[in-house]
Design a protein around this ligand. Structure first.
Ligand SMILES: *Cc1c(COP(=O)(O)O)cnc(C)c1O
Length: 524
């Protein structure tokens, strides 16, 4: 065996050194910091130029048109430089991306993002702190904790509150229900009848209560937590899609009679479809009476803590045991940014795990600055910096003012739709969504009657499904869809303070013309 490379290997060796030298020019460090500035500026300029020229939310491109170009890229053969890679990116991604900042994007809970948060994004990814331990983050941990305290304070969760940033509402809900589950199991184990029962047997007795309009991540969490999807009991809603407390009481009583125990009541503060807010005070009274954890899923409605005019919609949230807040929805932050907040911070102990290499047991019980003790993630981004800079540059009122604009707009547009005979509004606006369908009553331009009398349920479904898809394909607007009592509806989700009533009227005109065209075609 020889330690020196053989002749042909030696040539290879030279090439490898050259490659490593070239690659190390791409490492972000003191030597390469000018390159970092130049390259990031190229990208920032490209995006800024793109956004300044975008005049519609989408190009309407179909997957089959875009896929071959992405497939054709040879990932084994790098391009000459950053400029070339960005040029390629323009064609593969930026040209046909869906742009949430456009005033005719009104589909999902995606927000236009604020510039202070983008500044934060640039800083946090370059420094690349990881929030699992103090020794990987230092000041970042302290800042994240201040923001948790700030959020808990605005929610009114009291002096013992704690929490942690997460990747999104789905993860926040999972963590809240994990803690609630472990809390319920430890309570059950205090009962001699269950003291020695194995976990699966106990889980089989636990139920989660959530409204029919709650987010699907509640059921997904139940499944991940070993309860099964059917561990969630769906509770009926009133006409405005808010959980009916009388129906909840009935469900709790029936469940108790079956020998089950309530793991948690999940109240939604801002349902994804209707923006409806469950009656928080009534639900917290029931939670107390039945000994259930109260989780408030405020992934959507959480931004109301900054609102100048609609803060009262969250009245009662302070009584929750846990709250989910998505900063990447109603706080205008880039994905990802979310948090789980607990009224009793000590409950965070239900997710603590002490690893010798990271946060050894010897640190337990001391005031730990290792956020991993409270998180179900390990390596974790400093997403909190985006919210930090947003608050330091715009202040909470700035966020609230943007949200209030969208709520006002939804209310105005709701009035418009409620009085338009061609549309049926499923429920009045509550936050910033509107669910409606096109059900024309009046003769169209060809004199055809399309009224509800003439439109059976299936035709109405096909019509509204077609409208949603055709609006998307036009690229002129993007709207969403959902089902109400089994029927297909259209949905506006409004989070853009620059969207005007005129924008929405133009989208409705497009809906009308696509819909009338479809009905005329069906008749022909
Ligand atoms: C969006 C949403 C979620 C999920 O949040 P993600 O950030 O998408 O994971 C959960 N609950 C409600 C009510 C939501 O609107």
């Amino acid at each position: 065996m020889t330690l020196l490379p053989q002749t042909e290997e030696r040539a290879d060796f030279g090439a490898r050194i050259e490659l490593a030298l070239g690659a190390s020019n791409q490492l972000f460090n003191a030597r390469n910091s000018p390159r970092y500035v130049a390259d990031v500026l190229q990208a920032v300029n490209l995006v800024a130029t793109k956004v300044s020229r975008v005049d519609r939310p989408f190009t309407g491109i179909a997957p089959a048109q875009l896929a071959p170009a992405v497939e054709a890229v040879d990932l084994e053969a790098p391009l000459a430089d950053t400029a070339a890679a960005l040029e390629e990116l323009e064609a593969l991604y930026l040209r046909d991306a869906v742009y949430f900042h456009d005033s005719k994007y009104a589909a999902h809970l995606n927000c236009p993002v604020v510039i202070p948060a983008l500044v934060g994004e640039a800083v946090l990814s370059a420094v690349n702190s990881s929030l699992d331990t103090w020794d990987q983050s230092a000041g970042a941990t302290l800042m994240e904790r201040r923001l948790i305290d700030w959020t808990a304070g605005r929610l009114g969760l009291g002096p013992s509150a704690d929490g942690v940033f997460t990747s999104g509402g789905t993860q926040s809900n999972l963590q809240a229900l994990l803690i609630a589950r472990n809390h319920a199991v430890s309570k059950l184990r205090q009962n001699p009848a269950f003291a020695s029962e194995r976990l699966p047997g106990l889980l089989d007795r636990l139920r989660i209560f959530a409204s029919e309009a709650s987010h699907f991540s509640i059921e997904k969490s139940a499944s991940l937590l070993g309860l099964g999807y059917d561990g969630v009991i769906q509770v009926g809603c009133d006409a405005r899609q808010r959980m009916d407390p009388a129906a909840l009481r009935e469900a709790l009583v029936a469940s108790r009679a079956r020998g089950e125990f309530p793991l948690a009541i999940v109240a939604t503060a801002g349902t994804t479809d209707f923006g409806s807010i469950d009656p928080l005070a009534a639900l917290s009274t029931l939670a107390e009476e039945f000994g259930a954890w109260l989780h408030v899923d405020a992934a959507y409605g959480g931004g109301l803590i900054t609102s100048l005019r609609y803060k009262h919609l969250l009245d009662g949230v302070g009584a929750a045991d846990s709250v989910t807040v998505d900063y990447h929805k109603t706080f205008f932050q880039p994905v990802s940014s979310s948090a789980i907040l607990l009224r009793d911070g000590a409950m965070m102990g239900h997710v603590a795990y002490y690893a010798d290499y990271l946060n050894p047991q010897s640190t337990a019980g001391t005031v730990s600055l290792n956020q991993v003790d409270k998180s179900i993630q390990t390596t974790r981004r400093f997403d909190a910096l985006k919210l930090w800079l947003t608050l330091r540059i715009m202040g909470p009122d700035g966020i609230g003012a943007l949200l209030d604009e969208s709520i006002d707009l939804a209310r105005q547009a709701g009035e418009l739709l409620a009085h338009d005979p061609d549309f049926e509004l499923a429920a009045p606006a509550q936050l910033s969504t509107l669910v409606f369908r096109y059900l024309p009553q009046a003769p169209d331009s060809q004199g055809n009657l399309g009224g509800t009398d003439g439109l059976d349920g299936e035709t109405a479904d096909a019509l509204n499904l077609h409208i949603r898809q055709a609006v998307f394909a036009s690229g002129k607007a993007v709207i969403a869809g959902t089902k109400v009592q089994g029927r297909h509806y259209l949905k506006f989700t409004l989070l853009n303070a620059e969207t005007t009533l005129e924008d929405l009227q133009e989208i409705l005109a497009l809906v009308r013309s696509i819909g009338a065209g479809y009905l005329a075609g069906e008749r022909a």
